[in-house]
Write a protein that binds this ligand. Structure first.
Ligand SMILES: [Fe+2]
Length: 167
């Protein structure tokens, strides 16, 4: 239920930006798949992972407007306040909002990753970006990313299945 409402709010916010909407949806699907595969299911993580995935790039339009750039660091600056406003409107608990905003505010900064919920968002975003940026065409590069950048075992497994298996 929270997921459906969040997706609707995200789509409204991104208006007609299909590219961002589809990206967020794909990241959300992967994030929930990874969460399901990791042994960390509790309601707090389920809410945080769902909401952080849906809204992780929510600062991108504001970043483009203010700084003329969609670079990660500007998204990190702009995203949390926008997410907080939307999440407060959804009557999400303060504790969940704070955690979601922390993740959104650091989702391009590896050194800020501090727990499994953040690792899941990191891996889900990476999984989607590999195909959106056509990195999957270069299997060697994908192998390196799997070795060096993925944070969860389930994320690594998914990446191998999606991008390195021979079918
Ligand atoms: Fe993303």
């Amino acid at each position: 239920m929270i997921k459906e409402i969040a997706l609707k709010k995200m789509e409204q916010y991104f208006n007609k930006d299909k590219k961002r909407i589809n990206h967020a949806k794909k990241v959300t699907d992967f994030a929930l798949e990874i969460l399901g595969a990791e042994n960390t299911q509790n309601l707090f993580f389920l809410k945080v992972v769902t909401l952080a995935a849906v809204f992780h790039d929510i600062g991108i339009h504001e970043a483009e407007k203010k700084y003329g750039s969609s670079a990660g660091k500007y998204q990190e600056i702009e995203g949390p306040a926008i997410a907080r406003r939307i999440l407060e409107g959804m009557h999400i608990e303060e504790e969940v909002i704070n955690r979601v905003c922390y993740i959104i505010g650091g989702h391009h900064t590896e050194s800020k990753i501090d727990n499994i919920d953040f690792k899941i968002i990191w891996d889900a975003d990476l999984l989607v970006n590999i195909s959106e940026e056509n990195i999957h065409l270069d299997r060697e590069r994908v192998s390196k990313i799997i070795l060096k950048s993925f944070k969860t075992e389930s994320g690594k497994k998914l990446a191998k299945k999606l991008y390195l298996s021979n079918q």
